[in-house]
Design a protein around this ligand. Structure first.
Ligand SMILES: [Zn+2]
Length: 609
């Protein structure tokens, strides 16, 4: 366990306080999900965030897989969560993730909507603005009080003890997001919700998934899921379903998204929700625009909306509008924190001058919590919208540092931010990636160094999935640029981490084929890569429309034939090219020039087709 003593305050390195239990230690405890009373194996121990920070065991239910902390007590909510409200507003409230939950429901079928544990009330506000629902929330917490003032939403600051407390009229839809994991007696809560709904009403639930509690889960993600001292139970799909059925919900649907469970339930026989329905983001864009227009730019709420609009528009590829959103969020940060965004290198120097904050307040007096994320999306814009590689690289360098600094600040009280973790590592990768065009060898060296170098403040290692993704992208770009020598240095790692199927396999295998053919002069091995690329295209479920199929389906087959011909395998070459000259019905048409090249190849090499 690593402890750093800073001015008498104990700073705990939280991600290192998670200790996996290798032995066979058991505790007696009743499972809050399925009621199983057998002794439960301890899976890990994590320290409580409150002095004297005792270790809390997390046990796993052998009957349903739900994990929980049997020795945990009621947390002193208000006292500790207060400073996190600004983190929530500026950075980690996933308003879009919340809004996406409502995509499971046809908005026309809902008039009255209730949300338990609504927190600040973003989703109540969204439901009201986007769908015109009559929305009411219940939450006794501080942030709910603040949200009612700031957003003007209907929030009651009480615990619901019975359905009568929710009002005389029943609701069509109830939502309970990221709440049930905090609750010591979940049955009581679910009974209240059951009784507050109409007979064909829907309950939507989200909660961290017990299936994500694994040693290989990224440390920041794992810590957010465990949320030591706050999360009592992490439900398994089987456990949450058992719990709901016991309370009287007859129709239950559970989707395990890896780190999160999404659940829909009804007391009726028919479930009106469909958790697989796609999320239409345009009402969310409109909502953000509306709120950017109505909030004070210097408030945490105002900064948060402006940052989210920048992120949303950048991700949507709407760069023109994203630039306007960027200007708005820069202006807000200048107004409140006096930050200067004209020179990312100087911003990095300023941040590095005081790398480890002593308190959350001290950090927030100097910087917004979303600084790393704002800088990250500025990097994306400079790169993709403006093609300014040098500037983008500097944005990513400072984004990585700012994101880690913000996380180091949250670690003071045992909190973390998954998105900042992800963006910080991607920013590190992109900073190397952007060297591909000017200094291809250095791009490779920096990426390789990233694999072995712990991060500056938290001493973490880059998650394998993010590194592999970056290696693939850099490799493909190097091959496309004809930088074969530099690409070759990444080839072994890229080949070792090839995915089983999909668009990424297609593009990576194709690039491996090109490198093997042109640089390694090994046509038979190259043909095998082209064949994999071609097959990956054919096996894509959306092959009729996928851009990768348009780009690579036929070129990969042509190259396969050409490589086989080069290798002197004339029969195999002819067989491959036959597929191109006489394509099966239902496949995209062969480009005319490629067809002409194929015919020429067949003729000059006298291939049997
Ligand atoms: Zn159980």
């Amino acid at each position: 366990m690593n402890k750093i003593d800073m001015g008498g305050t104990e700073i705990i390195d939280w991600t290192r306080t998670i200790v996996w239990e290798a032995g066979d230690s058991h505790l007696d405890a009743i499972c809050p999900a399925c009621g199983d009373a057998a002794a439960k194996r301890v899976r890990l121990r994590v320290r409580s965030p409150w002095p004297p920070h005792p270790e809390q065991p997390l046990v796993s239910c052998p009957a349903c897989g739900t994990a929980f902390h049997p020795t945990m007590g009621q947390p002193p909510y208000e006292a500790v969560l207060d400073p996190l409200v600004d983190v929530y507003l500026e950075q980690n409230a996933g308003i879009d993730v919340m809004a996406e939950l409502l995509a499971a429901i046809d908005p026309a079928g809902v008039r009255r909507y209730i949300e338990i544990g609504c927190g600040f009330g973003f989703l109540l506000d969204y439901a009201r603005v986007a769908f015109g629902w009559d929305a009411r929330g219940f939450d006794p917490g501080y942030s709910a009080r603040f949200g009612r003032e700031a957003l003007g939403v209907d929030i009651q600051h009480v615990y619901l003890h019975s359905a009568a407390d929710a009002g005389p009229e029943p609701y069509d839809l109830a939502l309970c997001a990221e709440l049930i994991e905090h609750v010591f007696e979940p049955e009581k809560l679910l009974v209240v919700l059951r009784d507050a709904l109409t007979t064909d009403g829907t309950l939507l639930l989200t909660t961290p998934s017990a299936t994500g509690i694994r040693p290989e889960t990224q440390p920041g993600t794992l810590l957010s899921m465990l949320c030591p001292g706050y999360h009592y139970a992490l439900y398994s799909p089987k456990g949450i379903e058992a719990l709901l059925r016991r309370v009287g919900f007859k129709s239950v649907m559970v989707v395990d998204r890896g780190h999160t469970l999404r659940v829909a339930a009804s007391v009726g026989d028919e479930l009106k929700a469909d958790l697989t329905r796609a999320f239409d983001r345009s009402p969310y864009h409109d909502y953000l625009r509306t709120r950017v227009g109505t909030t004070d730019p210097a408030s945490s709420l105002g900064v948060g909306y402006r940052y989210r609009l920048l992120k949303e528009l950048t991700n949507a590829g709407n760069f023109e509008a994203a630039r306007a959103a960027q200007a708005e969020v820069f202006a807000a940060c200048r107004q409140r924190w006096n930050l200067d965004f004209t020179d990312p290198a100087r911003l990095l120097a300023d941040l590095s001058a005081a790398p480890k904050p002593r308190s959350i307040e001290e950090h927030h007096n100097a910087y917004p919590f979303c600084l790393g994320s704002i800088l990250y999306f500025s990097g994306i814009l400079a790169w993709l919208a403006d093609g300014q590689h040098d500037l983008a690289q500097r944005w990513f360098q400072v984004a990585a540092f700012a994101g880690e600094q913000m996380r180091a600040t949250l670690h003071i009280i045992g909190a973390d931010d998954e998105e900042s973790e992800e963006l910080m590592w991607r920013a590190c990768c992109y900073a190397s990636h952007l060297l591909v065009w000017s200094q291809p060898d250095r791009a490779v060296e920096e990426l390789q160094a990233l694999a072995h170098t712990p991060s500056a403040l938290l001493g973490e290692r880059i998650p394998a999935g993010i590194l592999e993704d970056a290696q693939r992208k850099v490799f493909v770009d190097l091959v496309n640029l004809g930088q074969y020598k530099a690409a070759d240095r990444l080839a072994a790692a890229v080949e070792a981490a090839l995915p089983e199927s999909g668009a990424v396999l297609a593009s990576t295998a194709f690039a491996l084929g090109i490198l093997t053919l042109n640089h390694r002069k090994a046509p038979r091995s190259a043909a095998a890569f082209f064949e994999r690329a071609h097959r990956a295209c054919l096996e894509l479920p959306d092959r009729a429309t996928a851009p990768i199929v348009q780009a690579l389906l036929w070129p990969s087959l042509f190259h396969q034939g050409q490589a086989l011909a080069n290798a002197g395998r004339r029969d195999e070459a002819g067989a491959a090219l036959r597929g191109l000259l006489k394509p099966e019905a239902g496949l995209p048409s062969v480009p005319l020039d490629l067809r002409a090249r194929t015919e020429l190849l067949v003729r000059t090499q006298r291939l049997p087709t």
